[in-house]
Each structure stands twice: as structure tokens, then as C-alpha cells.
Design a protein around this ligand. Structure first.
Ligand code: 4AD
Ligand code: MG
Length: 477
């Protein structure tokens, strides 16, 4: 007898074969039909039980959420809705799920409700589809870089530097084991530092990736990063995963080419390999859209949207051109896109980005050459002395999905910039070393993995594309 997954059963297993399958009960109808799922696919296998053959107590213990093992023969199904089913010969209950207290019932639960049940929500169709897609996207990310000559580089999680210079860091403190854990006043006795040094959880692996690119040529990180920003939006997490390629001898144009090629490739990968889950999520979205006013409905179904992005060029526009477009744009009748651009040099707000992507160009946009004063210290200064070789990739419905730049490789210019911003050279002495010893043009970018998963699954809230979201209200779970 072969132990087999539901996915294999539904696709490749020969009829009549005796098989054994484990999974969780989705539904149990008429004491006869079990819809069984084991996580391998969005689809369930129907198991037909002749209840007279089994003890009453066994039949009674089958309910939604129970983990069971089924042995039986795979046969052609007479019923509608499935081609094959299992005629059950033997049943074993791994673990029951009390119907009165099991929170995931066979009905539609709101995403908000499920967020409170992060440990169980992956048992729903929506979350299992999202998390399988997340896994496929991770695989695609590694495959793309490994195929293209990049080395996977593990950036440290604990670091002494603030890569973005934005001060949005979580400090690392060590509980001092030698002194009593509580002070006289009853407070927890934290050491102020990490073995005598002030450190924080990394906001980005970029600076360390630069060191590695300047020896291995092309590297990428793919790991957790942390931001202590108190934003409660549908696009921000305190802990998120970032993919950061860094390449020696790449200028900004080559960097933009890479970002575009990479995003298209991973989206094509899921189009080619995750059709069932994408179809399910597309259906889910169409259902959700029905309850929205016409104006807020998405113009394209999910799969078509992914194909569109995978097949068409992104629009590349300089910041200065973008400002001109925004200044000249006319508010529409509903005054939906009426905004103020104070002056050249102002940072773009998400409403500006959304206008450019969703209304003006109607495709992903790469904005480049931003004003130096709104971007991080490490970006290469242009000849004009006021813009830097920065790029942001903006996506419909998401906003900024990638931030990157060509890095300042000239020691004197970098030192001047750090001095202007009050960044101590001692803090980044090793980073300056990279400019003293064998410096060269180099570039890289960071892609927020959850924003990519949001785009690929159509999920509106970033909290619903990461297993255990960390946000200001939801960290301790
Ligand atoms: O634009 P950011 O801050 O750029 C960097 O960190 C660079 N050091 C990357 C590099 O050049 N290697 O962040 C990069 C991307 C953003 O475009 C966004 O997709 C994502 O990371 N991101 C977040 N995602 C979720 N929650 C947050 N709080 C995020 N902050 C940034
Ligand atoms: Mg950014």
C-alpha cells in the first residue's frame, strides 16, 4: 500500500489502487462523505464511508478539523464535483477537533477574525493557497539568482549600523545573567547593550552585502529585516523579509534591468507552477469585488494582471519628469486625484505614486534620480550635485515594491555626505574601507517580499501574507 498525497491522488494515481492518505477533515456530510485535505493542494479528496461498517463512536468523532488516516480504493466518482473518490476500507483518527470549540468552521470567516487565530488560519483555503504561493515565490527567488550567477549571502541580523539612517531600529539588549533579573524596584534588569556595544536588529542587509559583492561579484540576501516604525498600514510590518541583490560593476541602468527581469521571472514562475491556487485566489477576489462599488473594483482579474506585468515593459521615468506630470495632472470629476506638489524636492506620497502607476501610465513604473536630500546617505551623487542614482519600483495596488540605487563608490564624496548628515566615520569605518581598497561602481536593490506576495495573491493586507505578522498591535503571538 502506498502512502500518497491528495495532490498525487487527484492527478496521477491509477484507479482501483489501494492507497493510504492522511489529512484533516474539511467537511463530513450525511455520515458518509468526508472532504479530506492534507495541504498538498487546494482541492479535497472525497472519501466515501459506509458508516454501517464502523463503530458509531468512530463515526461520531469525525468532524471538521479532525486529523485522520484513510485506507481505501481510488475509484471513479459517481457524484458531481470530482472525478475520483476513495471508497474507504479502514479509518483511523489521529486527533479529534471538538466541533463546539474548534474556531475554523466550514463557513466564510472574516480575515480580521482569522488574524486572531494565526496558528489555525492556514487550515482555511485562502491562507493555505497564499502560503503555498509564498513558498513557491521563495523558491523562484532563489532559483532566479542561483541560475544567474549570484551567491546567496547571509547578512547578520544583529548589527551595529543603521543602513537606512532613518533611526527606525529595535535595540538589542542582553539580560544580564550574573545580576538578579529584577532591580530593587521590581523592574527587569536589562543590560544597556550587547556585550558592551550598542546594537540593533538589522533594517537591511545592504551594507554588508556591498562588502560581499566587492569580492564575490554578485550576491543576494533573503532574510528577515526589522523596522521600528509605528505604521499601521496595509503595507507595513515591523518584521518583514527582504530580498537584496548587490552587484559589483553594475550601474543604475543595469540595476533597473535586473529588478525588472527578476520580478517578471518570479511572476512567470508562479503563473507556470501555481495555477490552481491562483485560480482559487482569483475567484475569491472576484467574490470580494462584488461587494465593492464599481469604481473601486479592480480592472483586471488576478491572473491577467500577473500576466500583464510579466509580459510588458515597466515605464522608466525620472523623479523630475514625474513631478512635471503630477503638476500638470487635472483632478478627475470625483476629485479623486487632486494633490499638492509643493515643490521640486518634496518626497512623493503614496497618492502621487498611485496616480502615476494606476491612472497615468497604467503599468509598473520605475522612478529614478531622486533628490539627494530625501534619500539615504549611500546613494551615488549625480553630476548635477542635487540628485542621486536612486530607483523605486512602483506597483499597482501596492505602491513601492523595490527601493534601490547605484552606491557612492568615491571615498571623498561619501565622506563628505556622511559629514553633512552627522554620521560618524568610526561607525562605518569598515564601509569606508570598501572605498579605500579596490572600490568600483556597484549597485543593488531591496524588494519587500511580503509586498510581492501581496501582489501575486491579490491580498489587500500585508498581515495576511506572512504566517505570524509582527505589527504594533500584533507582536506577541
Ligand atoms: O526602500 P527600503 O527602505 O530600501 C532599503 O532598505 C535598501 N537598503 C535596499 C537595498 O538597496 N538593498 O526598503 C526596500 C523595500 C521597500 O521597497 C518595500 O518593498 C520593503 O522593502 N519595505 C517594507 N515591507 C514591509 N514592511 C515595511 N515596514 C517595509 N519597509 C520597507
Ligand atoms: Mg524605500
Amino acid at each position: 500500500m502506498e502512502r500518497i498525497s491528495v495532490k498525487e491522488l487527484l492527478s496521477t494515481a491509477p484507479l482501483q489502487q489501494e492507497i493510504e492518505v492522511n489529512g484533516w477533515v474539511k467537511t463530513f456530510r450525511s455520515n458518509r462523505f468526508i472532504a479530506l485535505n492534507d495541504g498538498s493542494t487546494i482541492n479535497n479528496i472525497q472519501c466515501v464511508v459506509d458508516f454501517e461498517k464502523f463503530e458509531d463512536s468512530l463515526i461520531k468523532s469525525i468532524s471538521t478539523g479532525a486529523a485522520i488516516k484513510v485506507k481505501g480504493n481510488l475509484v471513479e466518482s459517481q457524484g458531481r464535483g470530482q472525478n475520483v473518490e476513495i471508497r474507504v476500507n479502514d479509518l483511523f483518527i489521529h486527533g479529534t477537533a471538538d466541533a463546539d470549540t474548534y474556531p475554523i468552521q466550514p463557513k466564510k470567516h472574516s480575515l480580521e477574525f482569522l488574524r486572531e487565530k494565526a496558528h489555525l488560519r492556514v487550515r482555511t483555503n485562502t491562507f493555505s493557497a497564499v502560503m503555498r504561493l509564498r513558498s513557491a515565490l521563495s523558491y523562484a527567488v532563489h532559483t532566479y539568482f542561483q541560475k544567474n550567477g549570484f551567491y546567496y549571502f547571509h547578512a547578520p541580523i544583529i548589527t551595529g549600523s543603521d543602513a537606512e539612517g532613518a533611526g527606525e531600529m529595535f535595540r538589542v539588549t542582553a539580560l544580564d545573567a550574573k545580576t538578579p533579573p529584577l532591580t530593587d524596584t521590581g523592574e527587569v534588569n536589562y543590560k544597556e547593550d550587547f556585550f558592551g556595544k550598542e546594537t540593533n536588529l538589522t533594517v537591511s542587509g545592504q551594507l554588508e552585502a556591498e562588502a560581499y559583492a566587492m569580492a564575490l561579484g554578485k550576491v543576494y540576501t533573503f532574510g528577515p529585516t526589522f523596522r521600528a516604525e509605528n505604521s499601521n498600514t496595509s503595507r507595513h510590518l515591523a518584521e518583514f523579509w527582504m530580498i537584496e541583490p548587490e552587484m559589483a560593476f553594475y550601474d543604475l541602468d543595469a540595476n533597473m534591468d535586473l529588478a525588472e527581469d527578476f520580478i517578471k521571472w518570479v511572476l512567470q514562475y508562479v503563473l507556470d507552477n501555481c495555477e490552481e491556487d491562483l485560480k482559487f485566489l482569483e475567484h475569491r477576489l472576484l467574490d470580494e469585488e462584488k461587494s465593492k462599488p464599481q469604481a473601486e473594483r479592480s480592472e483586471m482579474p488576478l491572473i491577467e494582471k500577473l500576466r500583464f506585468v510579466a509580459d510588458n515593459n515597466f515605464k522608466r521615468v525620472s523623479y523630475t519628469e514625474a513631478i512635471d506630470i503630477l503638476r500638470n495632472c487635472k483632478p478627475n470629476k470625483k476629485k479623486k486625484f487632486e494633490f499638492v506638489i509643493e515643490e521640486w524636492g518634496a518626497d512623493l506620497q503614496s497618492e502621487h505614486e498611485r496616480f502615476l502607476v494606476e491612472k497615468h501610465f497604467k503599468c509598473p513604473v520605475i522612478l529614478f534620480d531622486y533628490p539627494a536630500n530625501i534619500k539615504a546617505f549611500y546613494m551615488r551623487l549625480n553630476e548635477d550635485g542635487k540628485t542621486v542614482r536612486a530607483m523605486d519600483v512602483l506597483f499597482p495596488g501596492i505602491g513601492e515594491i523595490v527601493g534601490g540605487s547605484q552606491r557612492e563608490e568615491r571615498l571623498d564624496v561619501l565622506q563628505q555626505k556622511m559629514a553633512d548628515l552627522g554620521i560618524e566615520e568610526e561607525e562605518l569605518w569598515w564601509y569606508l574601507d570598501l572605498r579605500k581598497f579596490g572600490t568600483a561602481v556597484h549597485s543593488g536593490f531591496g524588494l519587500g517580499f511580503e509586498r510581492l506576495v501581496q501582489f501575486a495573491t491579490g491580498m489587500g493586507n500585508i498581515r495576511d501574507v506572512i504566517p505570524f505578522p509582527r505589527t504594533p498591535q500584533n507582536a506577541a503571538f
